[in-house]
Design a protein around this ligand. Structure first.
Ligand code: PAF
Length: 283
């Protein structure tokens, strides 16, 4: 049976019991507004670990834009229902006061990752992500934790935490789940009308276009220009970036060569909603 826990002290007590029974724990941190992508993470965790803990918490510390935080979709009751129906063992749903009763003094800085892609466009975002993920790692003491590939840079940031703090946690990067149109599933899609969701599918189409051109030997600058032109021609879509980077380091590639593992990453705003997407390819 699923347990819904709202306080840090209740969570600590429950985790203490789980640990005493020598049980492995899979963690699925979420900000709610759950979709198939999140549910696939829960499914994977349930397959690999004895106990699955999902968190639902819209983390204010990772929003560099107040309006974005206010607009973030909140569907707690249906999220909890979905997690229960998936057989999620522990569902942690704290308030911001419960989590940040004491304002953290620690600031996390992820070096060059702060100055590229999402880091460049969302100052302070990864500090907020790092803080909450470290808190959840501390509270839940998971054996493994699941994150979606849509937030690829977030995964690199969390991998840096695990590496730099020598945490014994297996990190799992789960594939992006897409709508039939190709649009990456995202909680933010809930804020888009059906028409805008159709428009947003252009982001994935541009990633596919770039992928096919690179795989058939296209030069990086030409491929990039074509993808940017493709997106810039779409009305109602404001491109923030389109980049071709090394899939591991996420550093920009000046040239691309056979054998390279690349991430094609894009961010765009549609009807005031900021969306990101990426695909990883090997040349
Ligand atoms: O990917 C998300 O939904 C969030 O960034 C995370 C990892 C739950 C931290 O708030």
């Amino acid at each position: 049976m699923s347990q819904i826990i709202r306080s840090v002290s209740d969570l600590k007590n429950e985790i203490y019991k789980v640990k005493a029974a020598n049980t492995s724990i899979g963690l699925v941190p979420t900000m709610g507004a759950l979709h198939q992508g999140h549910l696939s993470l829960v499914q994977m965790s349930k397959k690999h670990y004895d106990v699955t803990v999902a968190t639902i918490f819209v983390n204010p510390a990772q929003f560099n834009n107040k309006e974005d935080l206010l607009k973030y979709p909140k569907t707690e009751a249906s999220d909890i229902k979905m997690l229960i129906s998936m057989g999620c063992d522990i569902i942690f749903v704290p308030t911001a006061a419960e989590i940040y009763g004491e304002e953290p003094l620690v600031k996390l800085n992820f070096g060059y990752l702060e100055n590229i892609l999402e880091g460049k466009h969302r100052p302070g975002h990864f500090n907020g992500v790092g803080l909450i993920v470290m808190k959840f790692f501390g509270l839940v003491q998971p054996t493994g934790a699941y994150f979606g590939q849509k937030d690829l840079q977030q995964f690199r940031v969390i991998s840096t935490l695990v590496r730099d703090f020598d945490l014994s946690i297996n990190l799992h990067l789960a594939p992006i789940i897409r709508e039939v149109s190709g649009l990456a599933m995202s909680s933010r899609n809930l804020k888009l009308s059906k028409t805008d969701q159709k428009k947003a599918a252009a982001i994935y189409a541009s990633l596919e276009l770039a992928k096919n051109q690179l795989l058939s030997g296209g030069k990086k600058e030409v491929v990039l220009k074509n993808a940017i032109n493709h997106l810039s021609s779409k009305s109602g879509l404001k491109l923030e970036y389109f980049e071709i980077v090394d899939a591991e380091t996420l550093k920009e590639k000046t040239t691309v060569n056979e054998g390279d593992r690349l991430a094609l990453c894009a961010a765009a705003i549609i009807a005031g909603v900021r969306l990101i997407d990426n695909i990883i390819i090997e040349l």
